[in-house]
Design a protein around this ligand. Structure first.
Ligand code: ATP
Ligand code: MG
Length: 199
């Protein structure tokens, strides 16, 4: 064996024992709270990716979409036939265009009721609350209500929250927080959002 191969083998052995040790110490089994936040692209994509993953094993999944602005959604088109998936969408539709606080609040609370039902159902393995961070930011929903529903959810249930500027209390509660960092976004160079890629 060359020197280089010996060094490589030794490094791999060290890495393996490090990884094995960490895997062995991660033994707690329960649902998790995940937050996908930050300004970069990928938050909602990652949430739907996880939805697909859970549905792949036949688990029940609920997705609540808190913003109707980007109304089309390829993942929903593809997955909605799955009887294990339930999708609730904000009805009268908060969009960036509406400036009617009262109507937006009402629409938000209506879909939040669906979220609360999912968060109380032990049969639902994964719940996604897509773009919920904005509901808190605009004051359509209050943090105590959300925190309580999350804290009292069934222990086996995993929840994913997405959106920019996540409330610090949500960050504090979460098991996993991923901040999508924007290095560059084509939109800023004039690229239009693309069907099947951006929505
Ligand atoms: P995606 O749905 O592509 O995973 P996202 O959930 O991380 O994006 P949102 O803030 O919810 O990001 O974005 C909604 C729309 O804006 C999507 O079409 C998304 O592709 C696009 N987008 C995401 N990040 C940026 C950005 N930094 N600048 C401009 N547009 C963005
Ligand atoms: Mg999103």
């Amino acid at each position: 064996m060359t020197d280089r191969e010996t060094r490589h083998r030794r490094a791999m052995q060290k890495l393996k024992s490090h990884v094995d040790e960490r895997v062995a110490s991660a033994t707690e089994q329960r649902g998790q709270l995940l937050v996908f936040t930050g300004n970069g692209k990928g938050k909602t994509t990652a949430a739907w990716g996880t939805v697909t993953r859970a549905l792949g094993y036949g688990y029940r999944v609920g997705v609540v979409q808190f913003i109707k602005g980007q109304w089309e959604c390829g993942e929903r088109e593809r997955l909605q036939e799955d009887p294990n998936l339930e999708v609730a969408i904000m009805a009268t539709g908060f969009t960036w265009e509406t400036q009617n606080r009262e109507a937006d609040t009402r629409a938000c609370l209506e879909v939040w009721a669906e979220a609360e039902r999912l968060l109380a159902d032990p049969e639902v393995y994964l719940v996604v609350l897509d773009e919920i961070t904005y509901m808190l930011k605009f004051g359509y929903l209050d943090i105590d209500t959300v925190r309580q529903a999350l804290a009292n959810r069934p222990p086996e249930q995993t929840v994913i929250l997405t959106g920019r500027n996540a409330h610090r209390e949500l960050l504090a509660m979460a098991d996993t927080v991923t901040e999508m960092q924007e290095v560059r976004h084509g939109f800023n160079a004039g690229l239009e959002a693309r069907r099947g890629i951006d929505y």
